[in-house]
Write a protein that binds this ligand. Structure first.
Ligand code: OGA
Ligand code: NI
Length: 344
């Protein structure tokens, strides 16, 4: 059975040994440089989309992520969604136990650390609650009904964030010079997930992580971080803090977008640190390809110029799981120029 940190560890005065990372993987310190110039893109920029697109491309190439404001998701709804997920996480253990699962087949699941909880050597300091969101009428009845507002609030939130995701994908599509409107609709974005990360206060954040370093294996992520820092990106050879902007969403292109852009768009390596002062809760919304989706460079002139071989998301995902959920390592297996590439 998966036991949630929010049920057993609240108020714990030291980090249990099973959560202490080997010295080389620990944060090791409490204070990190802050990345102060994360690009901020106003989606209602009066100069129009032609002005916005180069900024988005540059931000993705240079930083691998960017903030969007005037994104169309009402601020009240962002606040209500954050309140709804926190309320659910604060309900008694029995209410959450109905959703305990480490299986990726479960369409609404809560677990601790990672889906590899039983086999991993060290646990991460987090609980995660993930559910499918689309089509809404096929998913919503699987979501919690306690708190009683959960389904209505998160249903509206996931509908609005979905619109935002497709707005951003259209900007990427135009920036990549792809002619067909709605290029990313259909199998490339067939699955919409909401992933809530919840980290209770940690007595010693130097020893453990809320999430290990990773790149998102999906097509694209938008992150509602609330107001508590914790996200870091690896930049210039060191880990740096991304300051949360509570009214904005952080857009993180996933590795599948990197492949479709033939390596032109970057996917940042990122991780989450914990803090001693308070808890942290974030809401990620992911678009993932469907299992049968074929992932390949959209506009490469010929096979030889493709950075990656074509693959189905199912093939990628199998390799991803086989690599211990290291998406970058998994993607290397599909790189065109590694003669030694072997699929796991
Ligand atoms: C993720 C992720 C960051 C955060 O869910 O993939 O990187 O701050 N989340 O919760
Ligand atoms: Ni991530």
């Amino acid at each position: 059975m998966v036991v949630l940190m929010s049920d057993w560890a609240t108020g714990t005065s030291s980090v249990p040994e099973t959560y202490i990372l080997p010295p080389g993987q620990r944060p090791g310190k409490l204070v990190f440089p802050v990345l102060s110039n994360v690009p901020l893109i106003d989606l209602e920029n009066v100069a129009g989309e032609d002005q916005i697109i180069p900024h988005i491309l540059e931000a993705s190439q240079e930083f691998g992520c960017f903030y969007v404001t005037n994104h169309g998701v009402p601020l009240q709804l962002m606040g209500d969604a954050m309140a709804a997920v926190k309320e659910f996480l604060a309900t008694p253990a029995e209410n959450k136990a109905k959703f305990y699962s480490n299986s990726l087949d479960s369409k609404c699941r809560i677990y601790s650390s990672s889906i590899n909880y039983d086999s991993e050597e060290v646990h991460y300091w987090r609980d995660n609650f993930t559910h499918h969101c689309h089509p809404l009428d096929e998913q919503i009845h699987l979501w919690p009904d306690n708190p009683s507002t959960y389904r209505a609030v998160i249903g509206e939130y996931s509908t609005q964030v979905r619109k935002l995701l497709f707005k951003i994908l259209e900007l990427f599509r135009r920036g990549m010079g792809l002619k067909r409107a709605g290029y990313f609709e259909g199998p490339l974005s067939g699955i919409q997930l909401m992933s809530v990360n919840h980290h209770i206060p940690c007595p010693d954040p130097t020893l453990t992580l809320g999430m290990p370093q990773h790149s998102d294996p999906n097509l694209i992520t938008v992150l509602h971080q609330g107001h508590v820092p914790g996200l870091q990106v690896f930049r210039g050879g060191e880990w740096v803090d991304i300051e949360p902007l509570p009214h904005a969403f952080l857009v993180i292109p996933g590795l599948q977008l990197k492949v479709i852009s033939n390596g032109k768009l970057n996917t940042p390596k990122h991780r989450v640190i914990t803090n001693a002062k308070g808890g942290r809760t974030t809401i990620g919304t992911f678009l993932n390809p469907s299992q049968e989706a074929v992932i390949e460079a959209a506009a490469a002139a010929d096979e030889d110029s493709k950075a990656y071989t074509s693959f189905t998301y199912k093939e990628f995902f199998k390799t991803f799981i086989g690599s211990g959920c290291d998406a970058r390592l998994a993607l290397q297996c599909f790189s065109s120029n590694t003669s030694s590439s072997t699929k796991m």
